[in-house]
Ligand binder design. Structure first.
Ligand code: DON
Length: 304
């Protein structure tokens, strides 16, 4: 086994001295003031060992990382019926692009771009009794941590400026691919994105996807096949029009968020989470991608 802590220490030292740290997301005003000098990294192995460096216990906005957990919940509720309403193809376009939705008759290319995640949010709103509370509870149970919360300010901030998401939801509605009212679905979606977690909590919450569907509390959350499918979608779609680059550089299924987090995993081996709030032009964490490339290169652990 590689000396994981020593490797994380080296990566930390090389990463924090980078002069170009990217730029924090400003289109959600509440995220604009986050200090881009934050950097945290946390690793949880399948046998339960944990390693961390930097700000791995600081909470941040998980944003699009939540789309994977929402998809997992939707899969556990309605199974393959999801695929009648959303496809599983990489979009090759930015996360908030709408043109392909118009071309594909209101079927989003995949559940990790915004339009696809809004369809998943609609499924959850239809199938959960108290959608926001039940979803938050699901994330808490996956993580084995009851302290996880929504950041209401972030949810509110995004609602005020989420014009493209309103456009996506309305377009979906026009194609009859949104069953609930636009405001209700987006209120859920903005809250799911506004969940705050630390790197350490995120590594725990994604553990079930590295562990054939069984979470940190050893409960079955998805079947093996469902976990396999979600990992495939993360690999091909988790970084939008940079999914190829992430596979090329890092070689793991993963998911980014505009809060600067990235979760990646090697099935049957580990989950690794990074947080570096500065983003590159594609909206993915610049130093998070660098650190993960270093990790898979130095450990020789990737799916390839
Ligand atoms: O809907 C949005 O635009 C945000 N709540 C989430 C976008 C996001 O995190 C994209 N990922 N890198």
């Amino acid at each position: 086994m590689p000396n994981f802590q020593a490797i994380l220490n080296t990566i930390y030292n090389d990463t924090v001295k980078a002069t170009d740290k990217g730029n924090v997301a400003t289109y959600i005003p509440e995220l604009a003031h986050i200090d881009k000098n934050n950097f945290g990294m946390h690793l949880k192995t399948i046998d339960g060992k944990v390693y961390g460096i930097g700000n791995y216990n600081t909470k941040f906005s998980i944003q699009s990382i939540s789309k994977v957990l929402a998809l997992s919940k939707a899969m556990s509720l309605i199974g393959n019926d999801i695929w009648k309403r959303v496809d599983v193809e990489p979009s090759g376009h930015p996360f908030n692009q709408l043109a392909l939705l118009e071309i594909n008759d209101g079927i989003p290319r995949n559940p990790l771009i915004n339009a696809g995640a809004i369809v998943i949010a609609d499924i959850l709103v239809s199938n959960l009794e108290n959608p926001k509370a039940d979803f938050l509870n699901y994330v808490r149970e996956l993580t084995g941590d009851q302290s996880i919360q929504f950041n209401e300010k972030v949810a509110h901030s995004e609602r005020e400026t989420g014009f493209r998401n309103f456009a996506a939801a309305n377009l979906l509605k026009s194609f009859k691919n949104l069953n609930n009212p636009v405001d209700e679905v987006l209120d859920f979606y903005f809250h799911q994105c506004a969940i705050e977690m630390t790197c350490s909590q995120l590594s725990k919450s994604f553990f079930f996807l590295a562990n054939k569907g069984k979470c940190v509390l050893n409960k079955t959350r998805l079947t093996k096949t469902q976990a396999k499918r979600i990992n495939a979608i993360m690999l091909t779609c988790g970084f939008y029009d940079e999914a190829g680059e992430f596979a090329f550089e890092v070689g793991l299924p993963g998911k980014s968020g505009v809060g600067g987090g990235i979760v990646a995993l090697l099935p049957d081996h580990f989950v690794i989470t990074t947080w570096a709030p500065g983003l590159n032009k594609k909206g993915n964490s610049k130093l998070g991608m660098f650190a993960l490339e270093q990790f898979t290169t130095k450990t020789n652990l990737s799916i390839f």
